[in-house]
Structures are given as structure tokens and as C-alpha cells.
Design a protein around this ligand. Sequence first.
Ligand code: SF4
Ligand code: SF4
Length: 269
Amino acid sequence: MARTGKPAGRAARRRDARAARDAPLDLDGLRARVARAAIPGPADRAERARRLLSAWIGTAAAHGASLRDIVRGLGNGSAAEQLRGALETEISRNPPPVLRDAACRAGCAFCCILDGPDGGTITEVEARRMHGALAPLAGRPDGRDWHPAACPALDPETRTCRAYDERPGLCRAYLSSDAEACRINAEGGAAPGAGLLSTHPDALAVHGLARAALRGVVRVETFALARLNAAALEGRDVDAALDAARHPPKMLDEALRGLVSSAAAARRR
Ligand code: SF4
Ligand code: SF4
């Protein structure tokens, strides 16, 4: 008996997708993978990430980057980071009220009291840079000497970030119009005023899309900020620190589902 058209269509699509995935990768193949890739979270964020990622690949290729370098940049988070930097520059040219009214200042560190041992999602390039900044400080008192749930990168005396220039996109995006609200939230409350600029969700969406596009080609990973920092400050070398902080794949999906931007109550993901 003839099959109905629908299941046959689905099977054909699956076959086509498998064939496309298994084909040797070239630039057009990479672009096609990005065009088909899917990530959890809002559809408009995914489409914005797709446009950004496609533009990044086109620019890199136009500047003579090899396919190998492009794939490496997608995989280790360089692409997401460069795009985040461009978004930050764009926002700083015309700062929204949430940025203009931010109460953030040095020594105000309630946002560095983390809501769990993970501390939030970072990419490989961010993890390596944090390790480079913190490794020379191994063995010294750290943020946990001020507050047991504080980020280890924090200076317990000055309550400033000891890796400020190298801090990841997550930390750069977090801000608040009300430091008292941050204090309340750090104690488990849910006061309004704190939130994330869209730069972090957008960068993470780019990274998630890169991972989906490169499935079966290279492993695209994420890491736990607090675990990475703790391992660096325990004196572990960079590979051991990455091992200690490596996320299971589902963590990026969970972060993409949970991320909110703007001044809504935000949690570190
Ligand atoms: S986010 Fe909150 S705790 Fe962090 S610096 Fe800004 S006002 Fe202070
Ligand atoms: S890395 Fe720095 S800014 Fe980010 S949570 Fe840790 S101490 Fe705070």
C-alpha cells in the first residue's frame, strides 16, 4: 500500500538534512548549515543571531580567513565575542535609559553574589582569558572570604572584580538601576531594577547557533564562570580548569531558554 505523502516528506527531509550534514564542509556548506540551524528560545532572537553569524562569516571570508580559522572562531566563542563587542559599541552610541540610569559603581558587588555554584555561562575564549587573569592570584583570599556565595574573582576587601578587563560578556551585560534591589535579590528576594543588556543573550544565541551549525564537525562548548574562576585560583592549569568548569551540552540550551534581557529580574545563566 502506498504511504501517505506526509511521512514520506518527513523522511525525505531527514535524509536531505543527514546528507547535507555529512557532506564535506566548505564555505557554502557552512552557510547552509547556519541557515538551517535551530536554537531554543525566542524566534526573533534566533533570527537576529543567524543574521549576525552569517555577516560574521561573510566578513571573515572577505578578509581572507581560511575555513579552518572561521570554524575555529565559531567553535571557541571568538565569533560570539566579536559580535558582542560590536553590539556593545552600538548600544554605547545611543545608551538606553536602563544604561543611562544604572546605579553600578566600583565596590558595589551584590551582583557578584551568585545564585548557585555555576555562576553563569561563558565561552572557551572567555574561560581562557579569565584563567589567564586569575592564575597569578592563586592562593590569595578571594570573593568567598567576603560572602560564601560570591564569585571567587572578587577582591574580598575592595569588592571589585580582580579580572575586570577580562570579565565575560555575562558580567558586562548585568546592570541595575537600584543597588538596594540587588542586595535584596542577592539575599533571595525578587526586587525589580536589575537586568541584562541584550548583548549577552544575543552573543549566547550566536554561540548556540554556531554549535548547532557545527554539529558533527567540531565540539562547541560552554563553561561555568564560577567553577572556572575557583579552579584558576586553586592553581590548576588551564586545561584542568576547563575540565573542572566544562558544561554538559544541555546547559547552553537551558541558558538560551532562561535568558531575559532589559530590566526584568535577571538571573545569571
Ligand atoms: S548590578 Fe547592582 S550590585 Fe552590581 S554594580 Fe550594578 S547596582 Fe551594584
Ligand atoms: S567575574 Fe568579576 S564581574 Fe563577573 S561575577 Fe566574578 S567578580 Fe563579578
